[in-house]
Unconditional design. Structure first.
Length: 294
C-alpha cells in the first residue's frame, strides 16, 4: 500500500505580474522525511513555500497538503507548524504568554512548560519578548512551529542568528520531533546542515529544480576531492593534481577510494609527508556554486 504524500506539488507556477518566479515545479514530500528546499538567491524557494503553507495562491498548478488544498485552513492548519523568518510577537508579552497564545491559536494540545523546555527558554519564561536576545527570539519563533508536535513542520532558515550551542540544541529538538513522526521541510543557507540531515533535497535555481534527490545523488554528479600539501621536495605525483595559490594540491576524482590509495602508497613508498590531508565527497556548496553562474 502506498501512502498519500504529506506534500504533493504538481506543475506549480507562481507569477508576479510578468515575472515568472516558479516554473512548473513538481515534488512530493513523504511522511517522516526531512526535505530541504535549497537554492540560489531569488530561486523561488520562499514563493514555493508560501504557496505550500497556504499563505499565497498558486498562479496555476496543484498543491496538496495532507490531500487538501493548503488554503483550506481548517483542514490543514492544526496539522502544520510554521517557523517564519520573523514571527512578530507582541514585545510586551512574556515568553510564557507568547507561547500560550501560540498554543491557543494552533488548535493543538500541549503544555507551555514542555515547549519552553524543548526550545531552551524555560529560564526566560517570565521575560518580556522585547528583552530577548536575537538568538532567544529565534528560539521563540521555533516554539511557534513545534507547539503540539505538528505532523508537518516548516523551518525557514531556523538557525540564522543562533550560536553553535543553540544550533546544536535546535537540531536535537528536531531529531526528537522526527522520532515522534513529524515531517520537516527546511530551507537554509547553511548547506552543511542540510547535507548532514536531509533525506532529500530540491536544489532550485531560477524557478526550477536544477537537481532533486538524496544528498548522495546530488553530490555524486561532481567529482570528490583530495587536498594536501607537501613538506618538501617529492617525486613526481602519481596523479594529476592542480596547485592552488596557497601551494596546496587538489586532486578531483570520481574514483576516490582508488586514487586515495594510489596517493597514500606513493607517499609511503617515497617517505613523503602529506600535510593537511583531506579527502571527501563534493560538498553541497560546490554543487550550488556549479549552478550559480547559469
Ligand atoms: N511580491 C513580489 N513581487 C514581485 N517579485 C517578487 C515578489 N516576491 C518575490 N519576487 C521575485 O521572485 C523571485 C523569487 O523570489 P523568492 O523570494 O521566492 O526567492 P528565494 O529563493 O526565496 O530567494 P532568497 O534565497 O534570496 O530568499 C525573485 O526574483 C524575487 O525578486
Amino acid at each position: 500500500m502506498t501512502s498519500t504524500p504529506v506534500i504533493d506539488v504538481d506543475g506549480l507556477n507562481v507569477r508576479y505580474g510578468d515575472f515568472h518566479a516558479v516554473k512548473n515545479l513538481s515534488f512530493q514530500v513523504e511522511r517522516g522525511e526531512l526535505y530541504a528546499l535549497l537554492g540560489t538567491n531569488g530561486a523561488g524557494k520562499t514563493s514555493t513555500l508560501e504557496t505550500v503553507e497556504g499563505h499565497r495562491a498558486a498562479t496555476s498548478g496543484t498543491v496538496r497538503v495532507f490531500g487538501h488544498s493548503p488554503r483550506d485552513r481548517r483542514a490543514v492548519r492544526p496539522r502544520m507548524g510554521v517557523m517564519l523568518q520573523e514571527s512578530g510577537f507582541s514585545p510586551d508579552l512574556t515568553v510564557r504568554e507568547s507561547v500560550g497564545l501560540i498554543g491557543a491559536l494552533s488548535g493543538r494540545a500541549d503544555q507551555v512548560g514542555r515547549v519552553l523546555g524543548l526550545v531552551g527558554l524555560s529560564d526566560r519564561a517570565g521575560t518580556e519578548v522585547s528583552q530577548l536576545s536575537g538568538g532567544e527570539k529565534r528560539r521563540l519563533d521555533f516554539a511557534t512551529a513545534v507547539y503540539g508536535t505538528p505532523e508537518l513542520i516548516f523551518l525557514d532558515e531556523p538557525t540564522t542568528g543562533l550560536d553553535v550551542q543553540s544550533r546544536h540544541a535546535l537540531w536535537e529538538a528536531v531529531d526528537r520531533l522526527r522520532e515522534d513522526g513529524s515531517t520537516i521541510v527546511l530551507t537554509t543557507h547553511y548547506l552543511e546542515e542540510a547535507q548532514q540531515r536531509a533525506d532529500r533535497i530540491g536544489l532550485m535555481h531560477k524557478g526550477v529544480f536544477h537537481r532533486e534527490g538524496t544528498v548522495a545523488e546530488l553530490t555524486r554528479t561532481l567529482p570528490a576531492e583530495i587536498r594536501f600539501s607537501l613538506a618538501g621536495p617529492a617525486p613526481a605525483l602519481p596523479l594529476h593534481a592542480v596547485r592552488g595559490s596557497d601551494g596546496g594540491f587538489l586532486i578531483e576524482t570520481f574514483a576516490l577510494q582508488k586514487d586515495l590509495h594510489t596517493l597514500l602508497r606513493w607517499a609511503q613508498d617515497g617517505a613523503v609527508e602529506l600535510r593537511e590531508l583531506q579527502a571527501g565527497p563534493t560538498r553541497l556548496d560546490d554543487v550550488l556554486r556549479s549552478i550559480g553562474g547559469d
